[in-house]
Design a protein. Structure first.
Length: 448
């Protein structure tokens, strides 16, 4: 272990760079890779950035576990509070995960005047505003580039490069597991269970994949993106979240025939009145849209602003290397700021904005119904849609007799109207069931 007991000499910058001592909370997938990067590229980082981050302590749960990392065994502790309060730690990196004890440890580190870098989307989505307030009050950085999009620098893009922009919409594929599953369903014709099992075997999905496939992971990222893009406070509970567990191979196939790909999207928007909406749901994206060609475990985030127009950031949204390099970038930033006695980007106190419920939104819809093949069925179904102001753009009827299906794409319609339509359709004698309802995103509707 590097023996450093004196306070850092943050002014020492000559032949070498200012030494900045890092304390880690957690040394798992991301933490171990961060250690390797900081060790392997120490001289390059010092030369190019003027700081030399050196890990001096690491808290883990199991001290007995074998770890293939360039850190002496004596630097490990099972007491994370030791790291947070240590006099010889200048910057704390939180890569434990979860909200507790991570949240209280991050708060304690900030309160003891230490900048914190975290990769924890769950923590930032749930306690971000409170922790940012503590960081502000204590005059230290709280940086979390790796929390959204792993190696994709979306947080910096939104908060720094686009600081003067009026962002209207952030739209993206922010979960690699579900994108992998949907890609395999589309390209191999697999069903959901088989594609998920393959993702798990390849390490793209966790043993318990529920947070990914039910849309909660993407909802946490949508909450963070909406908060930063619109300077407001959007929590995970404000985000409408639907996952992909109900996506049927029939709809994946039908999507392709109609010129779409099914993608799990996180969408955050602000309207002209300043009200914000944030939602996560599977959507039909036109094959000509750049998001449709984002395959396998890749992520991509589209940002639309008044001046910049449309930007797309694309890359690996997770994995040890991409996540650790994003954490390393934040550590270097925090270290540089310490050396210059400065702070990272100013995070303005959040402005209150109304959160729009999903029912007030509008979109085009894809609807698949099991129906009885009998004269007048289409007229009965169309009548119900018409009564609720939902107008049909295209319709396909497939199958015969009791095994027939009606597939429709609607014009732009209000979500509340579509929900009311579904209730009535389900009561119609000739409709066996509403087999699928998906929103169409990324396509301009021509006036009906
Ligand atoms: N993995 C990715 O691709 C990825 C991508 C983006 C963001 N992230 C985020 O990065 C964070 C870390 O993820 P990870 O994949 O590296 O997790 P991980 O492999 O499970 O590592 C967690 C680490 O935290 C330690 N730990 C757990 N509870 C602790 C406690 N109470 N006190 C002290 N140490 C404790 C564990 O100790 P032991 O080693 O002894 O078990 C382990 O070293 C999470 O917030 C995750 O959401 C991960």
């Amino acid at each position: 272990m590097t023996d450093i007991t004196s306070p850092p000499d943050l002014t020492a910058f000559g032949a070498d760079a200012a030494l900045v001592r890092v304390g880690m909370l957690g040394c798992g997938t991301v933490g171990a890779e961060l250690l390797r990067i900081l060790d392997r590229r120490a001289d390059q980082i010092a030369r190019e950035t003027g700081v030399r981050p050196v890990v001096v302590r690491a808290a883990v749960r199991d001290l007995g576990r074998r770890r293939d990392v360039p850190l002496d065994a004596s630097a490990f502790t099972s007491d994370p509070h030791e790291v947070v309060t240590a006099k010889d730690v200048d910057v704390v990196v939180e890569v434990v995960g979860g909200t507790e004890p991570a949240g209280d440890l991050v708060a304690a580190a900030l309160e003891s005047g230490k900048p914190v870098v975290t990769a924890n989307k769950e923590l930032i989505a749930r306690r971000g505003p409170e922790l940012l307030e503590i960081a502000e009050a204590c005059g230290v950085d709280l940086l979390f580039e790796a929390a959204v999009g792993g190696g994709i620098p979306v947080i910096r893009s939104v908060t720094e490069s686009l600081a003067g922009e009026h962002v209207r919409r952030v739209l993206g594929i922010v979960n690699g597991t579900t994108n992998y599953v949907l890609t395999r369903m589309s390209e191999e014709g697999s069903d959901f269970a088989a594609a998920l099992a393959e993702a798990q075997a390849l390490g793209y999905a966790e043993a318990d994949p529920s947070a990914d496939v039910e849309g909660r992971d993407a909802a946490q990222k949508a909450a963070i993106l909406a908060s930063l893009a619109f300077g407001t406070r959007v929590s995970e509970a404000d985000v409408h979240a639907e996952g992909i567990t109900h996506i049927h191979p029939t709809d994946v196939d039908m999507a392709r025939r109609l010129g779409y790909a099914i993608k799990l999207l996180a969408i955050a928007e602000v309207d002209d009145a300043g009200a914000v909406s944030a939602r996560v749901h599977p959507a039909m994206v036109p094959l000509t849209h750049p998001l449709a060609s984002v395959r396998l475990s890749f992520n991509a985030i589209f940002v639309e602003g008044d001046s910049a127009g449309e930007l797309m950031l694309y890359g690996r949204g997770a994995g040890a290397g991409p996540t650790a390099i994003a954490v390393a970038g934040d550590v270097i930033d925090a270290a540089r700021n310490l050396r210059q006695r400065a702070r990272g980007p100013h995070v303005a106190p959040p402005v209150y904005r109304t959160i729009r419920p999903l029912t007030s939104m509008s979109s085009m819809f894809y609807l698949r119904l099991h129906v009885v093949d009998r004269p007048g069925v289409l007229a009965a179904v169309a009548g119900i849609l018409g009564r609720h102001d939902v107008s049909i753009r295209s319709v396909i009827q497939e199958g015969r007799r009791d095994d027939a299906e009606l597939v429709m794409v609607t014009h732009l319609s209000r979500e509340a109207d579509m929900q009311a339509t579904l209730v009535e359709l389900e009561q119609l004698e000739v409709v066996g069931s509403v087999a699928a309802l998906l929103r169409v995103v990324g396509e301009e509707d021509e006036t009906p």
